[in-house]
Design a binder for this molecule. Structure first.
Ligand SMILES: *Cc1c(COP(=O)(O)O)cnc(C)c1O
Length: 383
């Protein structure tokens, strides 16, 4: 039996959701790759000659790993970090053979050959991961590249001090392994006064001396701002490239990268006493003019977060609950008829910076960006 399929239907793979064009989209996400490049240059200037990688895990913090990596390559960046093997495989497909791609989680048991086939460099976090990589090297009869991550005090991922000590005592530990990098990660880099920073730095120095000599990497975005003793040989910024403030509490030294705008689906007049949205959590105390916009929690705008949108600098508070696909705004502050169907209001941008949006939501810019959904029209500028 033949299955019916309309001839005009095109099949897209689940990993590459089709994106709506500008007219069809409920919201538009503008990503300024020129600003990403500028941010990379600003970090490079602080690093004063030390090499700088680009962290593009979680699809480039939600902004497009391939687009971001290609923009950074124009600034001479040829070293990238992803978290997962499959992120590394798709980045390798897109970028070709030249760049070095580190996989922060290392390779999970049974996936080592896939990592090798895509010429990825695992960040080895345990004795078990090291043994599996060594055994693949032996089977293939060639050296395989690796980074070693030591845990200098975050207690999250990386070889524990006892593992490093055991490895130091084992002369065959690195058989078949080409050690490309020794690294660790800071738990409190965004709090420069935190005593853990210096303690971690000293522990990193102690542990790395037990390992074969290799370039060292320690600083994430905020770590770069802790100064030269934290720079070592390779910095690993993510957040700062995407415009997130690496120095919370101080003026953001980075350029903003993201603008999120949603379209007005309709405007309404509501009367005093009308309930607004699910559960009628808001009730109009007088006549109101409202606009419903085409963005909701399915697009990454958390339901628990009340906030505001902006139109030409005027604040338009959310009223009622955030729905899956829509949010209701009080637009009474605007002249009647000023906001029309199809107009765009700003959710993240110059009137409402990313870090402010995150503060209001009780979270951090990282979570706001990586929560952004897949229904936007994405517009890339510059790069
Ligand atoms: C995510 C991550 C980074 C980048 O951190 P930012 O704070 O985004 O600069 C660097 N190193 C490791 C190990 C990470 O997990």
């Amino acid at each position: 039996m033949k299955r019916f399929r309309p001839p005009e239907l095109t099949i897209t793979t689940p990993n590459t959701p089709a994106q709506p064009d500008e007219a069809a989209a409920g919201a538009i996400l503008t990503i300024d790759l020129g600003a990403v490049r500028e941010n990379y240059r600003r970090l490079k200037a602080r690093l004063d000659g030390v090499a700088c990688a680009g962290v593009v895990k979680a699809d480039g913090y939600g902004l497009g790993a391939v687009q971001v990596a290609n923009a950074l390559r124009k600034e001479g960046c040829e070293t990238f970090f992803v978290a997962h093997l499959w992120e590394g495989i798709s980045l390798r497909d897109a970028l070709g053979a030249a760049p070095t791609i580190f996989v922060l989680h290392g390779l999970l048991p049974g996936s080592e050959a896939q990592g090798e086939a895509a010429a990825l460099t695992p960040v080895i976090n345990s004795t078990g991961q090291l043994a599996a990589w060594r055994s693949l090297a032996r089977r293939l009869g060639k050296e395989l590249p690796a980074a070693i991550q030591v845990d200098s005090g975050m207690s999250r991922i990386g070889m524990a001090p006892v593992e490093v000590e055991a490895l130091a005592a084992d002369p065959s530990g690195f058989d078949g392994i080409e050690l490309k990098l020794v690294m660790s990660h800071l738990a409190c880099a965004d709090e420069p006064e935190h005593g853990a920073n210096e303690a971690e730095r000293l522990e990193f120095e102690r542990l790395r001396k037990m390992l074969p000599p290799a370039p060292l990497s320690f600083a994430n975005s905020s770590g770069i701002f802790l100064g030269k003793p934290y720079h070592h040989d390779l910095a690993r910024p993510g957040a700062a490239l995407y415009g997130i403030n690496p120095t919370p509490g101080h003026k953001n030294p980075m350029q903003s990268v993201v603008k999120l705008e949603a379209k007005v689906i309709q405007t309404r007049q509501i009367n005093a006493g009308a309930g607004v949205g699910y559960g009628h959590t808001f009730r109009a105390t007088g006549p109101l003019r409202t606009a419903t916009i085409a963005l909701g929690y399915a697009d990454g705008w958390h339901r628990r977060t009340s906030a505001a949108a902006f139109f030409e600098g005027t604040e338009l508070p959310f009223i009622g609950r955030v729905s899956m696909d829509s949010i209701i705004l009080d637009i009474s502050a605007l002249p009647e008829g000023r906001l029309k169907e199809g107009d765009l209001v700003e959710l993240i941008g110059p009137s409402h910076p990313l870090d402010t949006v995150a503060d209001v939501a009780g979270t951090i810019g990282y979570e706001v960006l990586t929560s952004l959904g897949h229904r936007f029209h994405r517009r890339y500028l510059g790069g």
